[in-house]
Design a protein around this ligand. Structure first.
Ligand code: NAD
Ligand code: ZN
Length: 367
């Protein structure tokens, strides 16, 4: 078992990572045993993995109640949050209550927000079941629901008390969702971990059949990178912005396709290539560096096309980010593998050039 601490003073917690960790839940979550507990999950995840989680969780929660939320992004609504408040009330959870979130990032975002708001904040723990949620949602305590068309605008910072990531739970995850999480790992490698980059560049497409130890280590390394950033900037000041590497273009791709074409990670994968090209164009990154990054993105597998998307609409979508921040849009650009810089001088021409280069890589990447 690998334990990665997230050092946040009084809000310190650990992410425990290991194959079979869910069989050890009783021990890993022992400090939280004996409390009234609300398990929040989805029917899909519970039908796949409830059989192995039920017994340890029953041993933990006294008593254990259960609430199902809708699958995927559909969970992140006021209606779900309200349903969870009703469930918390029905279960008579007081300030000593515990919320246990079992599912992907969508389920844990809304479960965490329910915990953040109930009685002005009760404890919660997360058992992420997607690769993306193991490496991303598990660190930083951001919990949110959507206010369409805006994502994640109603939320809170509420750190979990513990996270248990069991890669065995990923055995049922569709390959495309593996790939999606892999891009967030790649992002972490580009931020601060050259060794992780090297390992990931040689991983099999979509991580299918990847060595168990390699997967555990990659999850732990990505969590360490994110934890190091969050530890220095818990509430998203300037520093935490580096985590947006690949996300400026990624968010724009998701928005103009109404979140239907790309998984989040696929959009970030494209965004990493775009950011690398912009960095190269601005003389920050050598051509060799760009090639290495683009090849690593492509090696993880095919991604839906981008060449049919209107550059003007994509540019407008990146500009919306800018309005939201009421200032200049800050781009995170890779200056080398393992190092990024923040720049505010990215022009429309830079973005258009990046989109062109992305389109040329499409034949390699198209799914
Ligand atoms: N809080 C944060 O810091 C943070 C960070 C990153 C992403 N997010 C949020 O997380 C969400 C994306 O997370 P996600 O990629 O986990 O998506 P998700 O929660 O929508 O899950 C993706 C799909 O995988 C299914 N699934 C989950 N576990 C499975 C398993 N073990 N086997 C088979 N299928 C399984 C889900 O039912 C769903 O259909 C977004 O809403 C995003 O905003 C939050
Ligand atoms: Zn992301």
């Amino acid at each position: 078992m690998i334990e990665v601490p997230v050092e946040l003073g009084a809000r310190r917690y650990a992410v425990s990572i290991g194959h079979g960790a869910s069989r050890l839940l009783g021990g890993l979550l022992a400090p939280f045993a004996g409390r009234p507990t609300l398990l929040v999950t989805t029917r899909k995840v519970w039908s796949l993995h409830g059989h192995r989680l039920e017994a340890p969780l029953r041993g933990l929660g006294k008593p254990l109640h259960r609430a199902f939320v809708p699958d995927g992004e559909a969970a992140k609504t006021v209606a779900t949050l309200e349903a969870l408040w009703h469930a918390l009330y029905d279960a008579a959870l007081g300030r000593d209550g515990l919320v246990v979130a079992v599912g992907g990032g969508a389920a844990s975002d809304v479960a965490g927000l329910a915990a953040a708001t109930w009685n002005r904040g009760i404890d919660w723990v997360a058992i992420p079941t997607t690769l993306l949620s193991m490496v991303d949602s598990s660190v930083g305590g951001k919990c949110a629901i959507n206010h369409p068309p805006s994502k994640n605008v109603i939320g809170a910072f509420h750190q979990p008390r513990a996270v248990v990531a069991d890669p065995e739970l990923l055995e049922t995850l569709p390959p495309r969702e593996h790939q999606s999480g892999a891009y967030e790992i790649l992002k972490c490698a580009l931020l601060a971990d050259r060794d992780l980059f090297r390992v990931l560049a040689e991983a099999p497409p979509r991580l299918v059949g990847w060595d168990r130890i390699a997967l555990e280590n990659a999850i732990a390394d990505a969590v360490r990178v994110k934890a190091a950033v969050v530890e220095r900037d818990e509430r998203e000041g300037d520093l935490r912005r580096v985590l947006n590497l690949g996300h400026t273009l990624g968010h724009a791709l998701e928005a103009v396709t109404r979140f239907r074409r790309f998984t989040h990670g696929e959009a970030v994968g494209w965004g990493l290539i775009g950011a690398a090209w912009i960095a190269h164009r601005k003389g920050l990154l050598r051509e060799k560096g760009f090639d290495a990054i683009a090849r690593a993105v492509d090696a993880l597998g095919p991604r839906p096309r981008v060449s049919d998307l209107d550059p003007a609409r994509l540019l407008a979508a990146t500009a919306r980010d800018k309005k939201a921040r009421a200032g200049k849009l800050t781009w995170v650009l890779p200056a080398a593998i393992g190092r990024v810089v923040l720049r505010q001088d990215v022009t429309a021409a830079d973005v258009r050039a990046a989109l062109k280069v992305m389109a040329t890589r499409e034949t390699r990447a198209r799914s």
